[in-house]
Design a protein around this ligand. Sequence first.
Ligand code: 5AD
Length: 441
Amino acid sequence: MNERDSEAVAALLRARGYRLVPDEDECDILLLNTCSIRDLAEQKALGKAGHLQARKRRQPRFILGILGCMAQNRGAALLDQLPDVDLIVGTQKFHQVPGYLDNLRAAREAGVPLGATIVDTAAEAGSQNEIRDHVLAERPVTAFVSIQQGCNMDCTFCIVPKVRGDERSRPMDAIVAESRALAERGVREITLLGQIVTSYGRRDYAHTGGRTPFVQLLERLHEIDGLARLRFTSPHPRGFKHDLVEAYGRLPKLGDYVHLPLQSGSNRILRAMNRPYTRERYLEIVDALRRVRPEMHFSTDIIVGFPGETEEDFAQTRELFATVNYDMAYIFKYSVRSGTAAAAMAGQVPEEVKEERNQILLRLLEQNSRRRNQALVGTVQEVLIEGPDRKGLRFLGRTRGNRTVHFAADEKLIGTLAPVRIERATTAVLYGELVPAGVES
Ligand code: 5AD
């Protein structure tokens, strides 16, 4: 989501005549988009910003801005630590950045002394409609499309509702138009983005034919010619009702992959987290999806060391983690976020215990991912070819199950769906060979 927000700002700046440079050392203006989800993210951003501030001494016209969640969370208080920052812009004001930069530059040119920082962290109605412009590669294959801002859930560990505001959805027509335009530019896969995508449009559109607005949106996007794959992140388990599970049965462009945040496998902890489902319900969803799509791959988010998490609670998480047989997982140590309900809870777990539980799940994940990847060796997978890999030696693409595959290919095949025979697997990636016959043109 942050990448997408940054991209939208970059597109607006480019439209105003600014140029994106590949190397931060070359720039005259540097905007840091920041995350607040865990303390570590904020500390990293603060460290980076502190370092960059020093550059103002060498380069007096250098402009430094802090955008996004940390800007929203801390506002003008950031100036205590970072007095030389020029711009602090919150999560509903990304689109105002070009105007603010114009103002800053005009002030500089008029000789206004340094120190007049622009701070804007206000709420803005309709800001969800502003994340819509793209900076596309020469041959874009995948793109993110933002469908919603904010979050109305009240997970006790989470700072997002505070920094991203109330849940607001974009109009379905605007999302469809944007996706169609991307497809016309050659994009083959879009990933819909939102805090809780499954809640999309629930206050703006009726359920028709027993289908949520989110499923209706998927149906409309599915019809776009040129789009081969449709993904989304993140859904909430609560949103996986019958209509969405059933959609996987009739919408083949939905890949064989779901990111389904679990957070904890203990019902007691789920309750304390204010997550409105049980481990049993979660497993039901996984089973239902595997019934519709036997090849379904799952990833998840887990928090270890939530306040009050006992060995028994953690054992439940571990057990469920193994049962679901995840292909991928993001495992986090609980991080105290001030202003959230969990920050004030009794039973905060010591750092060493969090670390130990983190390591246990990471090891389990490694075994699972390797085993799941190994099982693909010898099979032929449909791969969407994205482009050269980082070293430029091979090409890379992803399977319907969202596993990355490296293989030798030809430039001409970028953006096509091609059968690739999997020959070798590690924990994180697959290596394979293109099966020449049947390559889609
Ligand atoms: N501490 C650790 N992880 C967190 N997440 C959200 N808040 C916290 C926190 N306070 C994790 C959740 C969420 C993911 C995006 O970040 O697992 O799904």
